[in-house]
Design a protein around this ligand. Sequence first.
Ligand SMILES: *Cc1c(COP(=O)(O)O)cnc(C)c1O
Ligand code: SF4
Length: 412
Amino acid sequence: MSNALAAGGGGESLDSVGPASWKEFHSAGRGPWGQVADAEWNDWRWQLKHRITTLAQLERLMPSLTAEERAGASLANAKLALAITPYFFNLIDPADAACPIRRQVIPRIEETHTAAWEMSDPCGEDSHSPVPGLVHRYPDRVLFLTTDRCASYCRYCTRSRLVSNAAGYDFHPEFDRQIDYIARTPAIRDVLLSGGDPLLFNDEKLEYLLSRLRAIPHVEFLRLGTRIPIFLPQRITPALCEMLRQFHPLFISIHSNHPRELTTEAREALGRLADAGIPLGNQSVLLRQVNDDPAVMKAHVQKLLMCRVRPYYIYQCDLIAGSAHLRASVRRGLEIMDSLRGHTSGYAVPTYVIDAPGGGGKVPVSPEYVLSRNADRVLIRNYEGKIFEYPEAADGAPLFKALKGFEEHELA
Ligand SMILES: *Cc1c(COP(=O)(O)O)cnc(C)c1O
Ligand code: SF4
């Protein structure tokens, strides 16, 4: 394991929380685990085994726990389990009740408040599932659910109906049936492994699964959705990277929401994946009092580029039951998008999407740049609000028709 992971033991990471430090890289440090040997701390299995999973552990480590959090933690095991890796726990600022890391992983009593429009399966995944564990929503690609476990649990998880199994969903994927469906559906060219977190599998199990998918001739493209580089960067071992590189083209989408999640440990882990030739994207969820702020979001997307990760999506938070306290408005999301485009590198600007409630798929939502349009001109505005006119061009026939016409002409 890399020495860099063991570096930086102090608590310096939390001393300077604020705009000036958002883009600085810090180690998560050891926090309360100062006596643990390096070899253990840097071992992903040690981190998993020592996760914080009970209210009693939380109270011992965080005397500043609020009444809302205490009540939330005591009820979590009936809805979405509480679990936080020691590494990620150290990113919480215990002195700050509004800490953006804290809000993502520490349960609150508001999770038990459910509005009429909230759902347990907000994206209608179960109704688009031809075999258990497979969601076939789009014609050419499938979502392959691998496990119901994650290294830590996000309180707003769109799949909290099944993830952690606290709600009794009893998710038992049958890989043979999932793979068989893909093998007999030639339209599927893209398989997205998610969950739960597929990188919680050991290397052998993951290699087996990826090999079986790679053996299907019409599967062109593989990708993994994972929050492991953020929750458990110790899992990104050189051996894992060596194994993954056999399966190119393989892309990975990570899930990071706030610049403070991008530690020196996370940057090293992401660097190992990038060095294995894996293109990296990031998916963020727009969360109230976590990242619903143009300055935070801009620092985050720029810091992602420094970690060799291309911001891919910002999701409007799904209407998952008990998430109202974490949802920011679409209005705010649009304001953030307007503050990014043109104001920073195009590579740093993700697509803002709403996953249509009930199962319509991801719908991009964007500030208006086209002010008006008719047959002969388009009126646009730029990132500064300046207005420009573009004269509309004539259209040719669609290319395939033009070619067909050409062939018929040649044959005549
Ligand atoms: C998000 C998602 C995909 C992948 O969508 P892309 O826009 O191609 O990244 C595929 N299937 C399901 C069910 C999804 O939710
Ligand atoms: S890592 Fe992903 S699947 Fe796991 S709890 Fe968080 S959002 Fe849900």
